[in-house]
Design a protein around this ligand. Structure first.
Ligand code: ATP
Length: 269
C-alpha cells in the first residue's frame, strides 16, 4: 500500500435520484493517518462525500479507492468488511438509548460476529474487556452499566467514539460530531477523535461548521461548495485570510444560512 494514496476520490460525481447534484468532479487523495476536516455550507455535499466512503451512498460517476482497491462495486462480504473497518460518528450520537453503555460500546464489535451471536449478546470476554478499555480512553470508565439515556450529550458522543474504537477501524468518519454540544464538551469529543488519530494512526475525516475547530484539530482542511471541492490546504498553509475568504464568493445567502454564516471571525460558517 502506498500511504499517500490511502483514500482516493477519482473524479467522483453523485447525482441523487431526484436530480440534485450532491458531488461533482471530486478529486481528493487522503494519506493514511491524516486528520482531515471538511468544511462547507449546509448542502455543500459534506455528508454525501463522507457517506460515499462507506457506501451508504453510491456514486454516479468516477471511482473511490481505499488501500489501492476500488470499493464502488463491493457487495456481500467485501462490503461488510469495508464497513467493519470504518467507524461512523453522527451528530445525534445514534446510541440505543435504553441500552447500557456497555451494550452500546460492544455493538461496535457486531461486524466481527455472526448475526445470531450478536443478537444473543454472546460477546467474548476479550471484547468485554476491550469495552472497559475503550470507555477509559474517553474518560467514562465508571459508566459501563449506566443507561445511555442517562448520560449528557457530550458523554453520549464519547460513548459513540468508544463504539467506533471497538471496530478496530482504519478510518473514522465523523459527521458534524459536535454540532449539538457546548464548547467545553466539544473539545473533549474532538480530543477523543484526535487521540484515535495520534495513538493508532487511524485516518479521521470530520465534517465541521466551525473554522476555529477545523484549524485547531485538522492536519488539512478541504472546503466544498455546491458539491465541488473549492479549497484544499494542509494546516501549515492555511491563513486567516483564507478562512475569512473561503465562502465570500458565495454571494448572498438565504436568511436561514446567514444565521450560521454570519461570522467568520467567530469561526462559524
Ligand atoms: N437523499 C437525498 N436525496 C436528494 N438530495 C439529497 C439527498 N441527500 C442530500 N441531498 C442534497 O445533496 C446536496 C448535498 O447535501 P449534503 O447533505 O451532502 O450536504 P452537507 O454539506 O452535508 O449539508 P449539512 O451541513 O446541512 O449536513 C444538498 O443539495 C442536499 O439537499
Amino acid at each position: 500500500m502506498v500511504a499517500e494514496n490511502f483514500i482516493e476520490f477519482k473524479d467522483v460525481g453523485k447525482v441523487y435520484p431526484n436530480g440534485t447534484v450532491g458531488l461533482s468532479h471530486i478529486n481528493l487523495t487522503i494519506p493514511k493517518g491524516q486528520f482531515l476536516v471538511v468544511v462547507g455550507l449546509s448542502g455543500s455535499g459534506k455528508s454525501t462525500l463522507m457517506r460515499t466512503l462507506n457506501r451508504m451512498h453510491d456514486i454516479s460517476s468516477g471511482d473511490i479507492m481505499i488501500d489501492g482497491q476500488s470499493i464502488i462495486n463491493y457487495k456481500g462480504k467485501q462490503l461488510r468488511n469495508l464497513r467493519r473497518k470504518i467507524g461512523m460518528i453522527f451528530q445525534n450520537f445514534n446510541l440505543v438509548k435504553r441500552s447500557s453503555v456497555q451494550r452500546n460500546v460492544l455493538s461496535g464489535r457486531v461486524g466481527y460476529y455472526s448475526t445470531w451471536r450478536s443478537a444473543l449478546g454472546l460477546f467474548s470476554q476479550a471484547d468485554k474487556q476491550k469495552t472497559v478499555e475503550a470507555l477509559r480512553r474517553v474518560g467514562l470508565g465508571e459508566k459501563l452499566y449506566t443507561r445511555a439515556d442517562q448520560l449528557s450529550g457530550g458523554q453520549q458522543q464519547r460513548v459513540a467514539v468508544a463504539r467506533a474504537f471497538m471496530q478496530d477501524p482504519k478510518i473514522v468518519l465523523a459527521d458534524e460530531p459536535v454540532a449539538s454540544l457546548d464548547p467545553l464538551t466539544t473539545d473533549s469529543v474532538m480530543n477523543d477523535l484526535k487521540k484515535l488519530n495520534d495513538d493508532f494512526g487511524i485516518t479521521v475525516i470530520v465534517n465541521l461548521h466551525s473554522l476555529e475547530l477545523a484549524r485547531k484539530y485538522a492536519d488539512r482542511i478541504v472546503g466544498l461548495r455546491g458539491g465541488e471541492l473549492v479549497y484544499d490546504k494542509t494546516i501549515d498553509q492555511v491563513t486567516d485570510t483564507d478562512l475569512d475568504n473561503i465562502y465570500q464568493s458565495e454571494g448572498p445567502e438565504p436568511e436561514s444560512e446567514a444565521i450560521v454564516m454570519h461570522s467568520a471571525t467567530e469561526g462559524v460558517i
